[in-house]
Design a protein around this ligand. Structure first.
Ligand SMILES: [Mn+2]
Length: 319
């Protein structure tokens, strides 16, 4: 992999469509690293207007949505499926990721499903290769880590998570800046949406499941975006009895976007893989075409109910 990078003439670094801080942070940190070589580097994302809240990441202004025709090596970050890269390319492709559902679409795959962020995978790769991490790289890597762990509230955080955070802060990551940009830059529209979603939230299965159904009317009336819905679903797990939170969003062009969050007892990715989705044990997503919001909610709630009953049976068997 290192030899491939060293011999490349033009490397394209790819963040997935509608990138988050983990995908873009990983790509930006890698961009900094490759600027030290003589290789030509392009920072690519198929989404033409990337979320401005991420503009604190280094090299943000260098992002282009035009894929270069002369690239001989591509590197993707934090993307479980080739389709989300939005590219038409069949050359050498290095795939850095931490999704357990990763389709291993790369010619080289560097996947660690135990890692809490792709920036952790990249950080560990840098450390193994003794690559010096400067302040810009540290900040970009830290941004991905705090975003994917919801600012270290993920129960899977371990001492190695905090040692990585500690090292990155010593190397120049700015905790205040990352928190401000990623957690304290909400729009008023997202707050309005949150209040509507919470008032319409359904609590089911003895309080173990929270269900949110969002239609286009709600999104349009508040002016909020699809990603604003996800924060509300994440928050539902903070309810004492809730183990699983499901979001079903009706899409403009038909079909639905589904997000499933779990406290870890139930495996979110197992449930959504039946619907062509992917992700992690605690967070998974899927896009389901040709269905109504009502039918998707019903089918998924049935799958969740069965999974919850199975975990209860396992607990009884173990008791
Ligand atoms: Mn990630």
């Amino acid at each position: 992999m290192q030899a491939l990078i060293d011999s490349a003439r033009h490397i394209v670094l790819i963040a997935h469509e509608h990138p988050d801080a983990d995908s873009l942070g990983s790509a930006c940190a890698f961009y900094s690293y490759l600027l030290r070589s003589k290789t030509k580097v392009t920072l690519f994302c198929v989404t033409p207007s990337v979320d401005k809240n991420l503009s604190f990441l280094p090299w943000f202004s260098e992002i282009t949505s035009k894929f270069p025709s002369d690239a001989d090596v591509a590197i993707s970050f934090d993307c479980g499926s080739f389709g989300r890269l939005g590219i038409d390319y069949s050359g050498e492709l290095i795939n850095f990721d931490h999704h357990i559902s990763n389709e291993l679409y790369g010619t080289h795959n560097c996947i660690d499903p135990q890692a809490l962020s792709t920036t952790q995978v990249v950080y560990e790769w840098f450390v193994t290769k003794s690559i010096k991490i400067n302040g810009k790289m540290a900040n970009a890597l830290y941004a991905g880590l705090i975003d994917d762990t919801s600012c270290f509230s993920d129960p899977q955080c371990t001492s190695s998570t905090f040692s990585m955070a500690h090292s990155l802060l010593q190397l120049g990551a700015d905790h205040g800046q990352c928190v401000q940009a990623l957690f304290n830059s909400r729009s008023l529209a997202s707050m309005r949406l949150k209040s509507k979603m919470l008032s319409e939230m359904k609590i089911l299965h003895d309080g173990r499941v929270a269900l949110f159904e969002v239609n286009q009317v709600l999104l349009e009336s508040t002016g909020a975006l699809l990603r604003d819905c996800k924060e509300v679903v994440d928050g539902a797990l903070s309810l004492k009895t809730v183990e699983v939170a499901l979001l079903v969003v009706e899409l403009k062009r038909g079909g639905v976007k589904v997000s499933l969050r779990s406290n870890g007892i139930l495996n979110a990715v197992d449930i959504l893989q039946h619907y062509g989705g992917g992700g992690h044990r605690t967070r998974a997503g899927a896009r389901i075409s040709e269905c109504t919001s009502a039918s998707a909610s019903k089918n998924l709630m049935d799958s969740i109910k069965i999974a919850l009953e199975l975990t209860a049976e396992v607990n009884i068997a173990l008791a």
